[in-house]
Design a binder for this molecule. Structure first.
Ligand code: CA
Length: 220
């Protein structure tokens, strides 16, 4: 999952970036509204964390422009403490959730997880596909109740597929959602990780749909 982080305060931005990266997200971070608008308008993100007070273009305007252009990714806005009018304006501008500063990293991560899950119509934080269970809160994967050891790349890949069970996901889509913009993207990498993941899961769990991509199927 790829997250766009927009925060102009350098210390907070670095903390949030580290927290999101530790939680397994590919993170693109920017510090002004102009860059934020450009990236969010042109790159696919699974969620956006958007501060409202930003240089160049304020967060509310960025959000309004995205929504007017038909960008539907879930957006969590960061508001000033006790500023109820900012929350109202943000939600009316198209925000999906808000968090008032200061906040705990754990709360931000919980809200981002929920936004990503709900964007795919998933109500529970525990994702299930046949005998495979993925707990989005703990980052643990089990197969028939037994823990499966995955590297962070394998986990990211499986989590993306498990958020879209039964859908065909192309290699390009995977590359775009699993790596940030500054990452040296090579779609062969995806193939390598699919291969590694397959060896740890029941056969036929990850189907190759010729010429289109991959699909996660519940094992028979
Ligand atoms: Ca700010």
């Amino acid at each position: 999952m790829r997250v766009l982080l927009v925060e102009d305060e350098p210390t907070l931005r670095a903390q949030l970036r580290a927290g999101l990266a530790d939680a397994g997200y590919a993170v693109d971070d920017v510090g002004n509204g102009g860059d934020a608008h450009h990236l969010g308008a042109n790159e696919p993100f699974d969620a956006v964390v958007l501060d409202l007070g930003l240089p160049v273009l304020d967060g509310l305007s960025v959000l309004k422009r995205w929504r007017e252009a038909g960008r539907t990714m879930p957006v969590l806005i960061l508001t000033a403490r006790d500023s109820w009018h900012e929350k109202v304006a943000g939600i009316d501008a198209g925000a999906d959730d808000y968090l008032a500063k200061p906040f705990h990293m754990e709360e931000l991560l919980a809200r981002v997880r929920a936004l990503i899950r709900r964007a795919q119509g998933l109500a529970s934080p525990l994702l299930q596909c046949g005998a495979i269970a993925l707990d989005t809160r703990s980052g643990r994967v089990t197969l028939d109740g037994q823990p499966v050891n995955l590297t962070s790349h394998e986990f990211r890949l499986l989590a993306y597929l498990m958020h879209r069970p039964g859908s065909v996901v192309s290699r390009t889509e995977l590359t775009e959602h699993l790596y940030a913009q500054d990452f040296d993207r090579d779609s062969n990498t995806i193939e390598v990780f699919i291969g590694r993941l397959r060896r740890k899961l029941p056969p036929q769990t990850i189907e190759t749909v010729r010429g289109m991509g991959y699909r996660l199927a519940a094992a028979p």
